[in-house]
Ligand binder design. Structure first.
Ligand SMILES: Nc1ncnc2c1ncn2[C@@H]1O[C@H](COP(=O)(O)OP(=O)(O)OP(=O)(O)O)[C@@H](O)[C@H]1O
Length: 485
């Protein structure tokens, strides 16, 4: 591919208000270009304008100096511009092969008249999957795949079409260090073939490890761009400081209180021999669980399913204590998108917003503002429509709902996904406040730095089987990764 650059000139998007404001941006072929900024600042809307997913109000997009007529997704794809969204878009009833190749079969057929053979399709799928170290049967259903595998399928779907400009929106969120590394190793090959790779991220270590250039978007506009050679200079560091990208985990280790939950050699079809105790005042982490294993653990803990052997006991309480949950569904599934923000937050306990037997909108609004105030909820108000919130702000609603629910046991699966660094820090401070009040927290996470930074102990699972119970005092991200390899 010949070198080129993609530019925007005065790119603007106005909906009810200005979402993207006069962005002048340049990315070059053969570079990893990170786009960063706090939640709700306009990164996704900007990327969607480039990919034709949303229409431009004014301004232009240029490829190699030529203005492009991008008015929908296919017009962007005609110029080789593809975007992978934060949400996972899959055909749940189709196989791995069908999910990868649907609509692209003609690319595999030399004649462009005959459809490629099933053998050829499976072979191509296997080759692409192997690039990411995945040995999946192309005929298996996608419902059995992990988050990582589903993400890779989406990526392969685009790679087959040989993109010139590839835009990834928070692609590495919920991926482990090793999984992220595997993805970027493959993308490096693409970069060497002159693809421009733009990725939106909140993760400072991903930014430092991979980006050749970074652009910061604030309040819908680009406020600065830096190339890698400028990362050590003061202006870049000032932005890092302002965005709190380089934060330290506010680790709090308290002496464990009474036992809240005890897994006694618990097994079910997905999990085997899970055995540990969580006390009040303690955050215990769990690493290495697939999506199905996470769901299975949560369902067992809330009493939705029975163990095949072993048990889950709640020694400190009569019966099951009140459990506050954050599962791992996308916010699209976890929220009532046509309902208001206060409705979504107070949905975990409408009784508390009742006044004379009726739900009080005023009370719900007050609670919502209080919960969101603790979570650095910016660029949106409690009156905004839920469906239009940015992904990070939607995640804050899910957290706020769980905090409104309260309880003595919190089971959180990747609660910090899609949060900007400042909001993450707020979340961690809230977790600390909860354990100071005597709560017990089970933190299931793919972010090993987060687990080591916030938890006193980590329970690693491999293929659903517990393989240890480690104190985090002398544990490194690398050592934990090695254990789970
Ligand atoms: N159709 C719409 N109508 C009104 N406002 C919208 C619409 N779509 C997006 N917004 C608003 O535009 C702003 C920017 O949203 P965007 O999704 O681009 O944020 P972001 O920077 O990607 O945030 P995050 O890091 O949380 O993903 C948000 O405040 C969002 O609420």
């Amino acid at each position: 591919m010949k070198p080129f650059c993609i530019e925007t000139k005065h790119l603007t998007k106005i909906s009810d208000r200005t979402l993207v404001d006069n962005i002048n941006f340049t990315a070059y072929s053969g570079e990893f270009h990170a786009i960063i900024g706090s939640n709700g600042e306009g990164k996704t809307v900007f990327a969607k304008l480039l990919a034709g997913i949303r229409s431009i109000t004014s301004g232009s997009i240029l490829l190699d100096g030529k203005v492009l007529d991008i008015h929908d997704v296919s017009s962007a794809q005609k110029h080789g511009i593809y975007m992978l969204l934060e949400e996972q878009v899959m055909f749940p009833t189709l196989s791995v092969r069908e999910n990868i190749l649907s609509g692209s079969e003609y690319l595999l057929s030399a004649s462009h008249i005959w459809a490629p053979s099933r053998k050829k399709e499976n072979q191509v799928c296997r080759e692409y999957l192997q690039m990411f170290g995945l040995e999946l049967d192309p005929e298996m259903p996608v419902t059995e795949l992990t988050v990582f595998e589903k993400r890779i399928l989406q990526l392969i779907r685009v790679l087959i079409r040989r993109p010139r400009v590839l835009i990834l929106d928070e692609f590495a969120s919920c991926l482990t260090y090793d999984e992220t590394e595997r993805v970027f190793q493959v993308l490096k090959g693409l970069k060497e073939q002159q693809t421009a790779i733009l990725f939106i991220t909140h993760n400072y270590s991903v930014l430092l490890r991979y980006s050749d250039r970074v652009t910061i978007i604030n309040d819908g506009t680009d406020i600065a761009s830096f190339s890698r050679s400028e990362f050590h200079a003061k202006p870049f560091k000032e932005h890092v400081e302002a965005l709190k990208l380089n934060f330290s985990y506010p680790s709090l280790r308290l002496p464990p209180g009474k036992e809240v939950v005890r897994f006694c050699h618990f097994s079910n079809p997905q999990l085997h021999d899970v055995d540990f105790t969580l006390h009040s005042g303690e955050i215990i982490g769990m690493a290495g669980l697939s999506s199905t294993e996470k769901a299975s653990l949560i369902r067992a803990a809330i009493g939705d399913t029975r163990p095949a052997s072993g048990s889950i006991l709640f020694p400190g309480s009569q019966g099951r204590p009140k459990i506050s949950l954050i599962g791992e569904q996308d916010s699209e599934l976890a929220l009532f998108s046509s309902q208001s923000i206060p409705f979504n937050i107070t949905a975990s306990d409408f009784g508390r917003t009742a006044s004379h037997g009726f739900t009080s909108k005023k009370k719900a609004g007050l609670y919502a503002r209080h919960c969101l105030g603790r979570l650095n909820f910016r660029n949106a108000g409690a009156e905004d429509k839920t469906r239009y919130l940015s992904t990070g702000n939607k995640q804050k609603l899910i957290i706020a709902r769980s905090l409104f629910c309260g309880g003595s046991l919190y089971i959180y699966s990747d609660p910090a996904k899609n949060l900007d660094a400042a909001s993450r820090l707020e979340l961690y401070n809230i977790l600390n406040a909860l354990i100071l009040e005597g709560a017990a927290i089970l933190l299931i996470s793919s972010d090993f730095a987060e687990l080591i930074g916030m938890c006193s102990r980590i329970i690693p699972l491999k293929d659903g089987r517990q393989i240890g119970n480690y104190s985090t005092d002398y544990l490194s991200v690398q050592a934990l990764s090695n254990t789970l390899e």
